[in-house]
Design a protein around this ligand. Structure first.
Ligand code: FNR
Length: 185
């Protein structure tokens, strides 16, 4: 694959719909694109400048930075928690934003997707994730957001992988994100 995308997922629970969506993105990526989920975000300590030392940082934080830094683009897949992005995803963005001016996420094209219970599909969380990633130095791709609402009803009988429309939509997001890499290169 010529283009690599790292996925940060905002839910770390077993059976997370958003983690399932991330897997769909990985499994349905176009041929020239490799999509990899960055696992283990629950093990990344809360960001602290005391931990963020030039001589070494916690292993899980280092792995996160390495995964994001090695990718051509970043896809954020997240539910909404209380009207914004979950702390675990914000924490990952914070680690990827530093050292200031040279963070792992700097200049990477970023898109956002996710499933939430509410009717707007986590739009507030997605807006906030886009804003935070942008402040962190990412190149947030305009209009590349997929907010899927009504999760409890929509996925009561079957999972996201059996939702043909959703599979096609997330595939399109991945394709457009990969295209944004090509434009930047
Ligand atoms: C939620 N949920 C939720 N949904 C929403 O649309 N807007 C919201 O503000 C919130 N707030 C919220 C807070 C907390 C603490 C939890 C645990 C949940 C519901 C949420 O969208 C739903 O549980 C999703 O299924 C969570 O995503 P995963 O874990 O399935 O990926």
């Amino acid at each position: 694959a010529s283009t690599t995308i790292a996925v940060l997922v905002g839910s770390v629970r077993d059976g997370s719909l958003n983690h399932q969506l991330a897997r769909i993105a990985a499994e349905n990526a176009p041929g020239s694109t490799a999509v990899t989920i960055v696992e283990g975000l629950e093990s990344v300590p809360f960001y602290s400048e005391d931990l963020d030392s030039p001589t070494g940082i916690p292993a899980a934080a280092a792995a996160l930075r390495e995964s994001v830094g090695a990718a051509d683009a970043v896809l954020l897949v997240t539910p909404e928690y209380n009207g914004t992005l979950p702390a675990v995803l914000k924490n990952a963005i914070d680690w990827a934003s530093r050292p200031f001016g040279e963070g792992a996420i700097k200049d990477k094209p970023v898109a956002v997707a996710g499933i939430s219970a509410g009717q707007y599909g986590g739009k507030w969380a997605h807006d906030d994730a886009r804003r935070s990633a942008g402040v962190a130095g990412a190149r947030v791709v305009e209009n590349l957001t997929l907010s899927i609402g009504g999760a409890y009803q929509r996925f009561a009988e079957h999972g996201p992988a059996d939702d043909a429309e959703l599979v096609e939509q997330i595939r399109e997001v991945v394709t457009e994100l990969a295209n944004a890499v090509a434009v930047a290169a």
